[in-house]
Design a binder for this molecule. Structure first.
Ligand SMILES: Cc1cc2nc3c(=O)[nH]c(=O)nc-3n(C[C@H](O)[C@H](O)[C@H](O)COP(=O)(O)OP(=O)(O)OC[C@H]3O[C@@H](n4cnc5c(N)ncnc54)[C@H](O)[C@@H]3O)c2cc1C
Ligand code: FES
Ligand code: FES
Length: 1361
């Protein structure tokens, strides 16, 4: 492509000397902020939290990927005088860019002390806040939406939340709560609408009453919601509106390291750029911000062009639309969207393509600020816009100042624009001024596709854009440009193939030639960065084929080719998924009409801290106000996976001004340095040898975070590599790298005889990856020195007692001098059970030695690198079964990848060994377990704790039997289900085993048989789309595997005013434990919940606590609470009898004056448990089981591997629920986490043990758009559990495995695709079922074109641990 130099009318001829300011002025929540020395390196988030003490806005990732930091910025558009309100990520927004803007944070819209904003109230009351760490961000996304669109549509909601993640709720309750603001919710009946007045479906879905006598479906009461009145919102600060100097003045802010310019004239901008060719333009800062934070790049000159007219205007020309390079992607999207409705269809084909692509470009917060210029200039090989612009060969205007003269030129995207990885032909002194989007011609079609790991807010794996011109009124190709991303260091064209297509008919014959040619023209080295080589290559072909089908359909519509040119079945290949509008029903047992209205048990009470969480007033560890002499700690981490430490040199770091100390293993005795949750096989700081990347080598303590982190990076470590380096389970097996005492076996019956007698024998295997916890709040700790030999820690931990114990060990002081407190956690999921020590112990040491408060909150990348994951597992099994499908024998080997230290891996393995048979009775079993020792960070507890991994094997086994016997899977399941009275392979008798009932109710609820028939029909009629359905039962044993942990404690203090302070041993990690404990105490004491408060969990209130884990938080602590209440009731009994008419306050008053103790401890020890095959074979392994069944229907795109869950139905037996809203929240949240585990979430490691997936950019949790289109949950009624508090059952972990229903439904759909083409339905699909695995399992003519190199012939870019 020629890059023409032309003149343009850019020069304004103006004198570039404008007025310059150097004081930052902006408004936050209506208050003016003036800063004479703003730091250009400071983000808005840091400024809000550290300088303005507004800690409601949270840090979840620092890279724009989670939305926890969302705030609203408002600014005036001087051209239209309109005020614009935008949700943005404060973590990427430079505070300097806020000059003249108004910022609104969650604190600015409402508070529990004044009045909640309806946006805050509704998320809280709809049960949309569990741990609450994501809540302020979600609140602000919704608030910003309402400020620009007071009655949004459900589609607007979908877009508003594209950039927000929640790890707890499963999203359904958030959407249900916020649906009440939408057009779709409002009804012509107004206040009389049954959805509002309470007669309709509790969740506002329909006006049908689907509740019955003993079943309730109303989790919250919409009629009591505060009305939303848009006219009551705060106004834009008049000063900003009236004083135009905020926009017309140039700005210069200087710090010792960085200068920030905000020119207002083009010449000024170009002059600065000419003088500083390496300067970065900062528009959205969504690239630069990430580079600075995570690649630690320093850009001494930053230029913000937001006020330079030419870069910010939009102009319509006859044949194109001009977008200034700094126009935000959202503005481009909106402008084009509007134009599409106005211009003739044929002219808008390029625009449509861009709009559709922009929908999937990042999240709304990013699109609100990120610019097209930034996307082009970054030149990422997986940029989403560059393929479209390249295929469109768009024209761009570039300008630069040469010898004081403004020079402009036009350049074109297309061949030759990108000159290398992130390089292009625009010179360093030049600036991209604008881009021209072409109007298309009648015979021109433009189609683009993007395939990512997750549909919303994800970067592409491969994307494509095709721009084809036909000879008028024919299907003969006149000219074609095909651009692809993700296939080379730059966006690339396929010129050879394009050349070959010219003058050819657009038909099936051409497709064959093109696909073969593309395969040859776009090869990938087997070890190319990004991995997934075969998948990426097949995507090129598949995306071309999709484009072919779409364009063919258009040619059919235009009457150019006959309607039967493509068959109906083939057409399914042209489709893409769109987020459906959620439908849901949540059913639970209605409390008896005889139950006192004050008795809260069984009622859907709102999470006790939900309101505070929604207003940002709830404090998490890092929200604790900073102390005057506080220091910040940064960890020095190993960059080698297995190496000898030759030296550690902190001289350079210690020389930095403000750095106080460096600690390493040399600062502790060998004994003090050795720590671990059970076995002390870890170190606080690595000594002599490192065993994984991310292992803590030392800690720097400095006056602030950025200094501490910079200093930590300048600690020099010299290593000497050690062999072998073991990363995967397979490596461990090869090297026999197991922890001592493994393998272990559990046996029942006689497998030898059973295999001999078996009619069928089958050997199989299955494999699943790990999972990152991704609690939204990373590990954090604040350590404070008290008296000379005392220390207090505020710690984000699920196990305060363990932190206390290990701090006492490391500091060599008794435990009674150490207090550990945890008020609430922004999620834990097991990841903060034993791994909190990585942060807490160095903080404690530094604090104790320096006698100063020390704080550390890990950055997301550090947290992901250091703290381990769920255990990857490999299972190999041999089955014996009858021709009818009755399983008679199983030998199974279970291997988990433990990482370098034992942590809790033995218990995780054991639970997998005890759960692998799931709900199926296998009379003869031998199960062996191996804990594999590898050079990865130590893997640890994660919701389910090995149970889901074990049951994953069980569900493979049952499906193998059904497949081989050719029987209906449901019949095989029924035939093999355990029944009440059956005994497991660890000798536990199953009492009241309800699986058959859950199964039948779930089949009915899901309309299973009808759905299965519909799926069969659908699959017959669609070649490239297949649907699958799966039923998955679960049986989860409730108790800690380690006996002594099955104890709980509580302390109740009643004060003179009748208020009750409850403490117990559990930690509120979002699961609603405190709410349930308050409900239990309220019933036991016979008082309203409002009188009871839980402040925190602390080791000086309740000692020797167990971790909040194993789902038993409510069971063990609830019973302890009841014990304490009972003691108090007994003491109060005589007073109540003497004063029957008095009220609670009067009784308490009397008791006080009668000198009766109003403080009581409670204790509980779980009875009858402690199974040990040798020493205690008759005891129970588990106190009881929580069971359930889930059914998911999934549709897959066989060409891309994309999928959508169409429906999920769950029936769970959780006894008599203490709080159905919380329990349903746990079920839905667990399902979504399980869904993530089995389908989306993939940890990516290099063969050297480097974790590549270190943030939300690469590690994809399910987002709002991933929830099942229909999501129904029922709690089994009439099933009280005699073995736990108020007949309830544990719920936190058991439903997680049901998420695998999506995996097995996907496998079912793939099997349908394979069967249709005659491929075997016995195929391996490792979890997670990523788009790559799905696509490659759906074998077809396109995948057959891709030759896979032999595994030993190259070193892959990544490996599966
Ligand atoms: C969470 C997240 C999700 C993302 N998702 C996607 C995605 O889905 N698809 C995708 O393609 N990208 C994605 N990105 C990348 C990024 O958002 C885009 O590249 C964006 O368009 C960059 O624009 P910006 O204004 O923020 O750039 P900035 O960070 O402000 O600037 C980026 C670079 O462009 C240069 N630059 C900017 N304007 C000019 C100009 N006029 N002339 C010369 N140089 C200029 C700057 O000097 C700098 O080097 C994502 C980023 C994040 C953080
Ligand atoms: S913290 Fe800003 S998006 Fe995650
Ligand atoms: S409530 Fe959303 S992350 Fe916890």
């Amino acid at each position: 492509m020629d890059q023409k130099i032309e003149s343009s009318d850019l020069s304004t001829g103006k004198n570039v000397r404008t007025k310059t300011s150097s004081v930052l002025i902006f408004f936050v929540n209506g208050k003016k902020v003036i800063d004479a020395n703003p730091d250009p390196e400071c983000t808005l988030l840091t400024y809000l939290r550290d300088k303005l003490f507004l800690c409601g806005t949270k840090l979840g990732c620092g890279e724009g990927g989670c939305g926890a930091c969302t705030v609203m910025i408002s600014r005036i558009d001087r051209n239209t005088n309109e005020i614009r309100h935008l949700a943005v990520n404060a973590c990427l927004t430079p505070v300097c860019a806020m000059h003249g803007y108004a910022v609104t944070t969650v604190e600015g819209i409402g508070s529990t002390r004044t009045r909640l904003h309806p946006v805050q109230e509704r998320i809280a009351k709809a049960h949309g806040s569990q741990c609450g760490f994501c809540t302020p961000g979600i609140v602000m996304s919704m608030y910003a939406l309402l400020r620009s669109s007071p009655q949004p549509t459900m589609k607007d909601l979908e877009i508003a939340f594209q950039g927000n993640l929640c790890r707890c709720t499963g999203y359904r309750p958030i959407l249900e709560g916020y649906k009440t603001f939408t057009k779709e919710f409002s009804c012509a009946m107004g206040d009389k609408c049954c959805k509002v007045n309470g007669n309709g479906d509790g969740n506002g879905n329909s006006c049908n009453d689907n509740s019955s006598n003993n079943v309730d479906d109303k989790l919250f009461e919409k009629s009591k919601f505060l009305p939303f009145d848009p006219s009551q919102e705060p106004i834009f600060p008049p000063e900003l509106q009236l004083n135009t100097e905020f926009d017309s003045n140039s700005i210069v802010f200087k710090s010792p390291r960085v200068t920030w310019y905000r020119p207002v004239e083009l010449e000024e901008l170009l002059q600065i750029k000419a003088q500083n060719p390496n300067a970065k333009l900062v528009v959205g800062n969504t690239e630069v911000g990430v580079e600075v934070k995570f690649k630690h790049l320093l850009y001494p000159v930053l230029i913000n062009p937001s006020k330079v007219k030419q870069l910010n205007e939009i102009k319509e020309h006859e044949d194109s639309i001009y977008f200034g390079a700094s126009v935000s992607l959202m503005d481009i999207q909106n402008y084009l969207q509007d134009l599409i409705t106005k211009l003739p269809e044929y002219q808008t084909r390029f625009f449509k393509c861009a709009v559709e692509m922009l929908h999937y470009f990042a999240g709304k917060q990013i699109r609100n600020v990120a610019s097209l210029g930034g996307n082009i200039m970054t030149g990422s090989p997986i940029s989403d816009m560059n393929p479209i612009l390249t295929a469109g060969t768009v024209k761009m205007l570039v300008a630069g100042m040469v010898d004081g003269q403004l020079k402009t030129r036009y350049v074109h995207m297309g061949s030759g624009f990108f000159t290398g990885y992130r390089k292009n032909i625009i010179a360093p002194h030049e600036v991209l001024i604008g881009i021209y989007f072409p109007k298309t011609l009648p015979n021109q079609y433009v189609i683009a596709f993007k395939q990512a790991r997750r549909r919303d807010d994800d970067i592409a794996i491969v994307n494509s854009a095709i721009n084809v011109f036909f000879k008028p009124n024919t299907n003969i190709v006149d000219q074609i440009f095909m651009a692809f991303g993700g296939m080379a260091p730059t966006t690339i064209l396929a010129p050879r193939t394009s050349e070959m297509m010219i003058k050819q008919n657009w038909d099936h014959v051409l497709v064959e030639r093109v696909t073969e040619s593309l395969c040859a023209e776009l090869p990938l080295e087997p070890s190319a960065p990004g991995g997934m080589i075969a998948y990426r290559r097949s995507l090129v072909v598949s995306l071309f084929y999709k484009s072919y089908l779409v364009i063919s359909q258009k040619l059919v519509s235009a009457g150019i080719i006959p309607y039967d040119s493509i068959s109906d079945e083939e057409c399914s290949g042209a489709e893409t998924f769109h987020t459906p509008i959620l439908k849901s029903a949540q059913l639970f047992e209605r409390v008896s009409s005889e139950q006192s209205i004050c008795d809260p048990i069984g009622r859907p009470k709102v999470h006790a801290a939900a309101m505070k969480q929604a207003t940002g007033e709830a404090m998490y560890c890092d929200d604790i106000p900073r102390m005057e002499n506080e220091l910040y700690l940064a960890l020095v981490l190993s960059t080698k996976a297995h190496a000898k430490i030759l030296s550690i040199d902190a001289t350079e770091a210690l020389a930095m001004d403000g750095v106080q100390a460096f600690y390493s293993s040399k600062d502790l005795t060998e004994y003090e340095n050795e720590v671990g949750p059970v076995f002390h096989d870890e170190t606080v700081f690595a000594a002599n040898v490192v065993y994984c990347q991310g292992q803590v080598l030392g800690a720097i303590v400095a006056s602030n975070q950025s200094l501490a982190q910079r200093a930590a990076r300048s600690v020099h470590v010299i290593y000497e590599d050690i062999s072998p380096l073991i990363v995967t389970i397979e490596h461990a097996i090869e090297h026999k790298s197991y922890f001592p005492n493994y393998p272990r076996f559990v046996e029942k019956g006689d497998i030898g005889t059973a295999f001999k007698d078996a009619e069928h024998i089958f050997e199989g295997s299955c494999r699943m990856g790990g999972q990152e916890h991704f609690y939204l709040e990373t590990h954090a700790c604040v350590a404070i020195p008290r008296d000379s030999d005392e220390i207090e820690l505020f710690c984000s931990t699920q196990h305060p007692s363990e932190v206390q114990k290990l701090v006492s060990h490391v500091l060599s002081i008794p435990a009674h001098r150490v207090v550990c407190r945890s008020k609430r956690l922004g999620g834990g999921f097991g990841g903060k059970e034993s791994r909190s020590i990585s942060v807490a112990l160095p903080c404690a040491l530094a604090c104790y030695r320096l006698r100063r408060p020390v704080r550390c909150m890990l950055d997301r990348d550090e947290d992901m690198m250091i703290t381990g994951t769920r255990h990857p597992f490999l299972f190999k099994y041999k089955l014996g079964f009858t021709s009818e499908g009755l399983i008679t024998a199983c030998y199974i080997e279970c291997y988990n990848n433990a990482g370098w230290s034992m942590d809790l891996s033995f218990s995780v393995l054991e639970r997998a060994m005890y759960h692998f048979e799931n709900c199926y009775k296998i009379p003869n079993i031998k199960v062996g377990g191996w804990v594999c020792k590898t050079n990865l960070p130590s893997n640890t507890a994660f919701r389910g704790f090995g149970g889901p991994q074990g049951m994953f094997a069980g569900e493979h086994i049952i499906r193998d039997v059904a497949r081989i016997t050719g029987k209906d899977l449901l019949d095989i399941m029924r035939m093999n289900f355990y029944k009440s009275g059956d005994i497991t392979h660890y000798n536990q008798k199953l009492e009241n085993f309800p699986i058959q009932r859950c199964f039948d109710e779930c089949l009915k609820q899901a309309n299973f048989y009808m759905k299965r028939k519909e799926i069969e029909d659908f699959n017959k009629n669609n070649r490239w789309r297949k649907r699958g359905i799966a039923v998955v039962p679960t049986k989860y044993g409730i108790a800690f595997g380690v006996m002594h942990l099955n104890q709980g404690g509580a302390l109740i203090n009643i004060y003179g005013d009748g208020s009750v302070l409850l403490s117990h041993g559990g930690v509120e990690i979002g699961q609603g434990l405190n709410t349930k404990m308050i409900q239990c105490a309220a019933r036991a004491l016979g008082i309203p919940t409002e009188l009871i408060h839980i402040s925190e969990t602390a080791t000086d209130k309740v000692p020797n606590t167990s971790p909040t884990a194993a789902s038993v938080g409510s069971d063990i602590n609830g019973m302890a609470v009841l014990d304490a209440c009972q003691k108090l009731n007994e003491r109060l009994k005589p007073i109540k009898e003497a004063l029957p008419k008095a009220d609670w306050k009067e009784w308490i008053n009397k008791a006080y004056f009668d000198r009766i103790s109003l403080s009581a401890t409670g204790f509980y020890s779980m009875p009858d448990i402690g199974y040990d095959p040798i020493n205690n074979p008759n005891a129970r392994m588990y106190n009881y089981y929580t069971n359930g069944v889930g059914i998911s229907v999934v549709e897959i795109d066989c060409l891309t591997g994309d999928h959508q869950v169409l429906s999920t139905d769950i029936v769970m037996d959780i006894g008599s629920s203490i709080n159905p809203a919380i329990d349903i929240g746990q079920i839905e949240g667990a399902y979504m986490q399980g869904y993530g585990l089995f389908t989306l979430e993939e940890l990516i490691y290099s063969p050297q043990g480097t974790l590549y997936s270190r943030g939300p950019g690469m590690y994809k949790l399910p987002g709002f758009a991933d929830i099942p289109a229909e999501f129904n949950v029922s709690l089994l009624t009439g099933a009280p559990n005699p073995r736990a508090v108020y007949s309830s059952k544990a719920v936190g972990e058991p439903p997680l495995f049901i998420g695998s229903a999506a995996f097995f439904a996907i496998k079912d759909a793939i099997a349908a695709a394979r069967a249709e083409k005659g491929f075997s339905t016995n195929f391996e699909l490792h979890a997670p079922a990523t788009s790559a695995r799905i696509r490659m399992a759906c074998r077809d003519k396109f995948t057959n074109l891709i030759d896979e190199p032999h595994a030993d012939s190259f070193t892959p870019w990544n490996i599966v641990p």
